[in-house]
Design a protein around this ligand. Structure first.
Ligand SMILES: [Zn+2]
Length: 169
């Protein structure tokens, strides 16, 4: 089932999520829905907070469904390593229509659990490193807009507020 994606400004998106403690059918359904919602958008990643569920889960697929082996489901992830730096344009399904250049690590290693609770350690470089960092941020209630500074951030926030006032957000 495709779930509605929350947009910048909606409270649940801006709050940190809690660790998953229970493995049940609801969790499996949530993960299936997140994958379906990500592909339908389409996007390269989706965090549970973006569908209003305050749990530390994200899905990523940098091939956007073209290569089944690229689908990653991460539960209760934590950073093991982060190094280097990359500067690329970035967007977010919760901030549709906006892009900005965001500083991210060039390489990340994260540790967490797969959808069945088995431990997994994954390394990401370039786009995958960026996706990991972006989704990890979501689990802490941080959006890429929050990582911008000064005029760039003000401009996006002002435009969003204007759209909100006219009912277009
Ligand atoms: Zn996002």
């Amino acid at each position: 089932m495709i779930r509605p994606i929350l947009r910048y400004g909606e409270r649940a998106l801006h709050q940190p999520a809690s660790e998953v403690a229970t493995w049940d059918d609801d969790l499996q359904r949530l993960i299936d829905d997140m994958i379906e919602t990500m592909y339908a958008a389409p996007g390269v990643g989706l965090a549970a907070t973006q569908v209003g569920v305050p749990l530390r889960i994200f899905v990523v697929d940098i091939s956007v469904g073209r290569n089944p082996a690229d689908l990653i489901v991460m539960v209760n992830p934590a950073f093991v390593e982060r190094d280097g730096m990359q500067l690329q344009e970035e967007g977010c399904l919760s901030v549709p229509g906006f892009n900005a250049t965001v500083v991210r690590p060039a390489r990340t290693v994260i540790k967490g659990l797969d959808r069945h609770g088995a431990e997994q350690i994954l390394e990401g470089r370039e786009l995958l490193a960026r996706a990991f960092q972006h989704e990890m941020d979501h689990l802490d209630g941080t959006l890429f807009v929050d990582r911008l500074r000064g005029i760039k951030r003000d401009l996006i926030v002002r435009k969003i507020n204007k759209m909100k006032r006219s009912g277009k957000w």
